[in-house]
Design a protein around this ligand. Structure first.
Ligand SMILES: C[S@@+](CC[C@H](N)C(=O)[O-])C[C@H]1O[C@@H](n2cnc3c(N)ncnc32)[C@H](O)[C@@H]1O
Length: 219
């Protein structure tokens, strides 16, 4: 999945993945992470997700990473704020209040450039990667997150004969295969996700499992 694919999606506003409400699984399971309210949350492949605003409402600072500058600009514009802008290496970094969005390639992030990360939130990031990129993404998470850091990951699974990704199907066993080396993993819930995913139903998916995982970076 090259960068142009995503930049083009944002350019054409083909952003069916973007939800107009906060993820129910985030609201339901976030307390399970047991975080201090001011912990910094890393949101890879952030888009302009409203989940980031919800996290700040809980008291967190948010460090989002997003390839598309348009997505980043839309996020701030839709929240009625003008961000401060700076450049850090290859990234344009835009921030306002408790939210900082790093505009650039998640895979090039350097842990030493980031504030201390206290938690991970992954919705539609791992599943945005084709299988060949998934292990690199899992390794990058291991690199960026300090030992003991908890995270919430929301995965999607469906019959891959019915649709080509993205989103790519990630079964519970695939989550284990990708992440177990660096994380303990607890599946908190696996539920039907099709009812609220009309755009995936339109693409031919007849069964969609949305699973929420509590992760913890191993020492
Ligand atoms: C499926 S969307 C999910 C967005 C967001 N997490 C949400 O829930 O709405 C994936 C996002 O990742 C971004 N992206 C893809 N590859 C990336 C990369 N290598 N580094 C940073 N962002 C990337 C895309 O531009 C897109 O906005």
């Amino acid at each position: 999945m090259d960068h142009n694919f995503w930049l083009d999606r944002w350019q054409k506003q083909e952003i069916g993945f973007h939800n107009l409400s906060v993820q129910p699984a985030l609201q339901k399971f976030w307390p399970r992470l047991g975080l201090a309210p001011d912990a910094a949350v890393l949101v890879p492949l952030a888009g302009k997700s409203l989940d980031m605003a919800w996290l700040t409402e809980q008291g967190h600072t948010v460090v989002g990473v997003e390839l598309s500058e348009r997505a980043v600009d839309e996020f701030f514009a839709e929240h009625g704020v003008t961000p401060d802008v700076r450049t850090v290496g290859d990234y344009i970094v835009k921030s306002s209040g408790r939210i900082t969005l790093w505009c650039g390639d998640f895979f090039k992030l350097n842990a030493s450039e980031l504030p201390r990360i206290g938690a991970l939130y992954d919705r539609a990031a791992l599943v945005a990667m084709p299988p060949i990129m998934q292990s690199g993404y899992a390794a990058k998470l291991g690199e960026l997150l300090p030992a003991g850091t908890p995270g919430l990951l929301i995965g999607l699974d469906y019959n891959t004969k019915e649709m080509n990704g993205p989103p790519f199907a990630i079964s519970q066993s695939r989550v284990q295969e990708l992440l177990a080396a660096n994380f303990t993993i607890e599946c908190l819930e696996a539920r039907d996700g099709l009812t609220k995913s009309v755009h995936l139903a339109k693409r031919g998916v007849t069964r969609l499992e949305e699973a929420s995982y509590l992760l913890k970076r191993r020492a």
